[in-house]
Design a protein around this ligand. Structure first.
Ligand code: SF4
Length: 561
């Protein structure tokens, strides 16, 4: 359907109001303000018409924010040295921390926490609340923040990034306009900064079209599944951080848990599992439920109440999986650009820093009114001179070291810690996550024996958890999960892998049911359950699923998470 669209010119367009996008907007506003005060403001930013805009697919800023989260305040201190005086949401200093190895029924406390995993000086926060707060600060600086608006496709002309087209609203399931149809707008920008978070859909398309990932390692991912629990006081003290390895993932699968006491009675708890797993029956949601059955964990939760659920992917590939960070008219920041310390599984501080580095580059480009790749390449140079590069370089081979399992990974990690991140090779490579999955014929026995029965008190089925995520979408809209070739699902995938989408999706979006008319087995998609984690876009062994943006405003509402 050919759609006529309005077009709007903006100077700087930021896609995604997460920590990276908001830091970019705040820092660029501050740089402009300082230059104006000194009478030194020149170029496009000096114009009265200057516009900086952020679009965000969540209904409200912060709604799609999900993280542990333990914040390293290093970059927030750089962004706003007085942030503690600006009425931030609750932040609890980390007071004690421990690393445990879980066996099926017991646990061992590690006598040693690797320095990179030390959280001294960090704070336990709700990322949702922090981002909401930063969104208010950003708007107060005059930045136009439009939530409920997704960037659906990129405008690239002659290899130059020119902006994005926002989501069409009011299409029905067949893609036909309903009475309330509103076409998306062409937002044409001098500079676009993509801050979409892990596996951004625009980032994915642009990386491939502009070849930004050429010569890089493929990005590797974990899926993190998290719940927020109200628990009886006296079990764990506010500011306590526990990480665990082992049960239920064992020695053959990379991942582990986080348990953060936000208050004496509020526990953030989750399990992350690498998506380079082999067993197509593996189910990250069920593994998390199993984890909660462990006596060490259930003793924390018993008698408590689960109040919130969420899931997201985490880009773990490290420095060598970072794409080229810029192109003509474009910069990539935050997790969609791979800014994540894979050993610490921490990216918020790097997201802030990447936004600031991109803002400094954008300021110079606006001053010289030159938005070419040559000018914007200064962003990559700023990055290489920053502490963010030093931090990421030290863990450049970390995730790849675990390609062959936990034991091998620990040996690699020890070698990397002695050699400043090098380990046994200057650059360890990795394969895309989905190629690790084995056919059922190669793996007749399930690797993990996980009970998929849930009691509704300690453990929950996917639908109960989706309910707790606050997820809502307009039901009558085109499915945003686009299946390339349905026959693969019915034939090859059923036979070879047993349709792993049913297992790896933590929100029951993929279901096989019996067709009422002919009794045949058919795939039923439940896109309105989707929590936007992107696992399916990554883990499908045939690359047959493409996650696209649904109508803006749909998706989870991760309040307090
Ligand atoms: Fe995640 Fe895909 Fe399921 Fe949505 S459909 S919740 S993106 S796995």
């Amino acid at each position: 359907m050919g759609i006529e669209r309005d077009s709007m010119e903006v100077d700087v367009l930021i896609v995604g109001a997460g920590p990276a996008g908001l830091a970019a907007a705040i820092h660029l506003s501050n740089l402009i303000e300082k230059a104006r005060e000194k009478g030194e403001l020149k170029g496009a930013a000096a114009s009265d018409e200057f516009t900086m805009m952020i679009i965000e697919k969540g209904a409200e800023v912060g709604d799609h924010m999900l993280s542990g989260a333990v914040l390293d305040p290093l970059s927030l201190d750089e962004l706003m040295s007085d942030w503690k005086e600006q009425n931030p949401p609750a932040y609890v200093p980390v007071k004690s921390e421990a690393l445990y190895y879980l066996t099926e029924k017991g646990q061992f406390k590690s006598p040693y926490t690797p320095p990179a995993m030390n959280n001294h000086g960090c704070y336990i926060i709700s990322l949702n609340q922090f981002v909401k707060w930063l969104g208010g600060i950003t708007e107060a600086k005059g930045v136009e923040v439009f939530s409920g608006m997704a960037g659906s496709s990129a405008i690239i002309e002659d290899g130059v990034f020119k902006g994005v087209i926002t989501d069409d609203k009011g299409l029905d399931k067949e893609g036909q306009p309903k009475g309330n149809f509103e076409p998306g707008i062409e937002l044409r920008s001098k500079i676009t900064i993509l801050a979409e978070g892990p596996r951004g859909s625009l980032t994915k398309a642009v990386q491939s079209e502009l070849k930004l990932d050429e010569g890089r390692n493929p990005q590797s991912y974990l899926t993190g599944v998290k719940e927020l629990w109200e628990i009886p006081a006296g079990r764990i003290k506010a500011g306590t951080v526990y990480h665990t390895m082992g049960y239920p993932l064992g020695m053959k699968q990379f991942g582990g848990s986080f348990n953060y006491a936000m208050t004496d009675e509020l526990l953030s708890i989750g399990l992350t599992s690498a998506l380079n797993y082999q067993d197509p029956r593996f189910d990250p949601h069920a593994a998390f439920q199993e984890f909660k059955r462990h006596p060490f964990i259930s003793s924390l939760l018993k008698g408590g109440k689960m109040i919130k659920y969420g899931a997201k992917t985490i880009g773990e590939g490290g420095y060598f999986a970072m794409p080229q960070l810029h192109s003509d008219g474009l910069m990539l920041i935050g997790e969609c650009a791979g800014y994540l310390n894979s050993m610490r599984i921490k990216g918020v501080h790097l997201a802030f820093k990447s936004g600031m580095l991109a803002a400094e580059t954008a300021f110079d480009a606006l001053t010289s009114e030159d938005y070419s790749a040559k000018t914007l390449s200064a962003y990559a140079s700023h990055f290489r001179k920053s502490w963010a590069f030093t931090e990421l370089w030290k863990v450049r081979n970390f995730h790849q070291g675990f390609e062959s399992g936990l034991m091998g990974g620990m040996i690699h990690t020890a070698a990397q810690m002695i050699t400043g991140g090098r380990g046994f090779s200057e650059r360890l490579t990795a394969e895309p996550d989905h190629v690790h999955m084995r056919r059922l014929s190669e793996m007749p026995e399930a690797r993990l024996q996980i009970e998929k029965k849930f009691d509704g008190e300690l453990t929950f089925d996917k639908l109960s958890d989706v309910y707790a995520s606050g997820t809502k979408h307009e039901e009558n809209q085109p499915a945003h999960l686009v299946i390339g070739d349905l026959s693969i699902c019915y034939d090859k995938c059923t036979e070879e892998y047993g349709n792993p989408c049913v297992n790896f999706c933590p929100a029951s979006v993929y279901e096989f049911i019996e067709d009422e008319e002919n009794g045949e087995r058919k795939l039923q998609l439940n896109p309105s359950n989707c929590v936007h984690c992107k696992t399916c876009d990554i883990a499908d062994p045939y690359k047959n699923i493409n996650w696209t943006t649904p109508e803006g405003g749909g998706g989870p509402v991760y309040s307090q998470m």
